[in-house]
Write a protein that binds this ligand. Structure first.
Ligand SMILES: [Zn+2]
Length: 396
């Protein structure tokens, strides 16, 4: 038998259907059943309450001023807040991604192409195609932004289009630690079940065993992916009563209120945060910079972050920090013993040579020209893109 056939047989055999999770067989720090129970069985009143804060898409000269402003904020331990940036390739200024990383934020992957065609592209990707989007964006971040590969551990799918076994298989194959693309409507503090009860929000869990989470977007995995974490995106509820997985998808009544009233933005965030307050389940602010195009919305967010300062147990964190805590949960009083919650120092500048590279059509994207700023004194000969990370191949 040919080696390739043997290999194919082996990989089919290796894909195992995920069975129901039994706490007795699935223990921290490497395994966690999908559950609303507080990690480690700790008393709710003893744990920190995490507000997970992330931005998606390209990091640019347009959005960096807001990120620089936000990062001046501190947590109750006196350290700066940490955010996760799910970075896609197009329009990203890699020297600014490098700056965010050196200032202590988490850099994660959001695909190379971020193609807008969900039905014809993302839903049809097989595992090797997912792998290319995931691994090659990590390579871009490393090559052009000097982010160490081992620090890039997280992924968010474009449009939250969770790609089932193909996507999770690719994440596992690429050695990623977690996905944060999977919204939940059923497992929220506010979605009322037919019997009048509420399921409450899920804590992050691993895919060793079958997930109990509902699938509102994309395809649910069926196989077991040991040690691969899911950090669920608990839907918010807008003031019309509808769900929104990301802050910028929330609508309002009266319409437009979230554009004209900072109070309305603040109320939306506060109300949803309060719904997590009694269980201290993670509350996510998952958003895009573009939503904050006006000062009103920025002010609403500022008011909310100011409001959080009143709570000595509330920490604004990256997904990375949340998962570190979930793996080895400790009471608030011992948070200072965790390396993830030490104040990080700005890392030495490893991007002294910057170059703004210009590329003209023909390009693999619809633009007639595009700029890409990188941590290097030499530009790649062609625009780096999917299956052409080093830019060695010309386009026609
Ligand atoms: Zn996106």
């Amino acid at each position: 038998m040919h080696f390739a056939v043997l290999l194919a047989l082996f990989s089919v055999a290796a894909a195992e259907v995920a069975g129901p999770c039994d706490e007795a067989d699935c223990a921290l720090p490497t395994c966690a059943c999908s559950s609303t129970a507080t990690p480690g069985g700790l008393a709710v009143a003893s744990i920190p309450h995490f507000v997970v804060f992330s931005f998606d898409d390209g990091v640019t000269v347009t959005n960096i001023p807001f990120y620089r402003e936000l990062q001046k904020r501190t947590n109750p331990n006196g350290c700066g807040i940490e955010m996760t940036f799910f970075v896609s390739h197009e329009n990203s200024d890699y020297t600014l991604v490098n700056e965010l990383y050196r200032n202590g934020h988490e850099i994660a992957v959001h695909s190379v192409t971020h193609k807008s065609d969900v039905g014809e592209y993302w839903r049809k990707l097989n595992q090797s195609q997912w792998l290319a989007e995931i691994e090659q964006q990590r390579e871009m971040l490393n090559t052009y932004g000097k982010i160490p590969v081992e620090k890039i551990k997280g992924f968010r799918a474009p449009f939250l289009e969770v790609g089932g076994d193909s996507m999770f298989g690719a994440l596992k194959e690429a050695g990623f630690d977690y996905d944060c693309s999977w919204p939940s409507l059923q497992y929220t503090p506010w979605f009322r079940q037919p019997d009048g009860s509420y399921k409450g929000a899920l804590w992050p869990y691993t895919l060793d065993y079958a997930s109990i989470q509902d699938q509102t977007v994309g395809v649910k995995p069926t196989e077991s992916f040991p040690g691969l974490w899911v950090s669920p995106m608990t839907d918010l509820q807008d003031n019309r009563g509808f769900e929104c997985s990301m802050l910028d998808a929330c609508q309002s009544s009266p319409e437009g209120e979230l554009e004209t009233s900072s109070e309305a933005v603040f109320d939306l965030l506060k109300r949803n945060f309060r719904s997590h307050y009694n269980t201290r389940t993670p509350f996510g602010i998952y958003t895009h910079h573009s939503w904050f195009y006006n000062e009103t919305r920025k002010d609403g967010l500022r008011q909310f972050l100011d409001y959080l300062k009143a709570f000595p147990h509330v920490y604004v964190v990256s997904v990375r920090q949340l998962l570190d805590w979930v793996r080895s949960p400790v009471p608030l009083s011992q948070l200072g013993t965790m390396s993830s919650f030490q104040c990080g120092q700005t890392l030495a500048d490893n991007c002294p040579d910057k170059k703004n590279c210009q590329y003209n059509a023909p390009l693999p994207i619809s633009n007639s020209e595009i700029y890409m700023k990188i941590c290097n004194s030499n530009c790649p000969p062609n625009y780096p893109y999917l299956d052409n990370v080093d830019g060695s191949k010309p386009y026609s």
